[in-house]
Write a protein that binds this ligand. Sequence first.
Ligand code: PLP
Length: 465
Amino acid sequence: MINKILCSGKSTLLETLKVINGNGKGIVFVVNNAKQVQGVLTDGDIRRLLLKGLSLKEKIIKYVNKNFVYALSDQSQEEIISKFNEKIKIIPVVDKTFKFIDYFELKHGIHLPLAQQDLSQKEFEYLTEAFLSTWISSTGKYIELFENKFSDYCECKYGVSTSNGTTALHLALMALGIGQGDEVIVPDLTFAATINAVFYVGATPVIVDVEADSWGIDPVEIERAITPRTKAIIPVHLYGQPCDMDAIMTIAKRNKLFVIEDCAEAHGAMYDRKKVGSFGDIGCFSFFANKIITTGEGGMCTTNSYELNDKMRVLRDHGMNKSKRYWHDVVGYNYRLTNLQAAIGVAQVERIDEILKKREEVEDIYRKTLLDIKFLEFQPNDLAKRKKITWLVCILINGYDRDDYVQILKQKGLDVRPMFYSLSEMPLYKKYSFSNKNSLNLSRRGICLPTHCKMMEIKKEWFSV
Ligand SMILES: *Cc1c(COP(=O)(O)O)cnc(C)c1O
């Protein structure tokens, strides 16, 4: 698509018109051999030149508009958006030497997908390198590199990459020896993978309520739900918000329980300035396409324990003895990530701070734009000790029907989602429910808004009714 919007200064008016006709955008960006933008030319400009009597064979370079609006590639979205007006709907994005990088466009009809990956040249380069190396399966330099870089980022000693976030949870439960007869405490408000993994190992989940303010598992409810059979707690850092890890770790120590943090929605979030995934025995991350960073499908278990790291590696690789090939001491699984996925992952971890910053900017714009819509309330982001990161921007609806509102927003082209159903609401999980007062209330009022780095603008009128 990008090539269809670029034209060389040596093109004729006719050639340029063909390009404009092909791209349907009413404009071309004129570049030299080094792809530096020299000016722009619109269909209106060309019409006026022809009316002045110019030939269609005339070269365009003399006539380009050199005084054009552009954006620099390191400018923030807000800065870029401020450049648009009634007349200017599409502008080139250039680097410091004016080399063309991309373009930005303001569209009339909105279509905002819920999520969109932020993949750059870097991901493409590493992926291509992995591809050309022929190491495309689960051996190759990027796997170890990804595990090292991501576990470093999470302030953990070890990282065991997995095929997805769900297998990461399963691996963690297995490595901790949790199984039949054991109880595992999970929050009522989460994605179902959290509780499904408990069933995989034959253990019994106990579903407890979340805190009204943080939306994370409630330590008071954890304590109430503990029995002699309780073996582990799985706090979920929901929608980027860290759980109350002080209280949870204290309860776990006192009752000798394992803690598996489900960090699938919270890469980089911090509690008391310490990264999530580094508190419990094991942290489980997902790199699914709509998560904070992605490898397409993928996951990782982080830990500070040498033994757990070792056990998870064996279980991930068919349970094969590490020093004796084709010798199996335990029933294992194939839960490995490929070198191709890890190559994308390395680039994503290298860019994670940039990605998180952009996501936070989007959330800030939402908060500013929707500030005085009174029936909307944002997920708190100023709770003591907790550094929330932005996964999906979430709001609660007060005094208006949530499902009606979701329909209205969808009709406007906004791909919003209702919040997760509470687990205890579903017949499948109902009988494992211990408490669910806040979770039911939140789940019936919550909406997730489109949140990704490529969002250009957010308008208040989209959300007013
Ligand atoms: C996405 C998600 C998972 C599962 O991750 P996958 O990579 O999709 O298997 C687990 N827990 C939570 C809270 C999630 O949001």
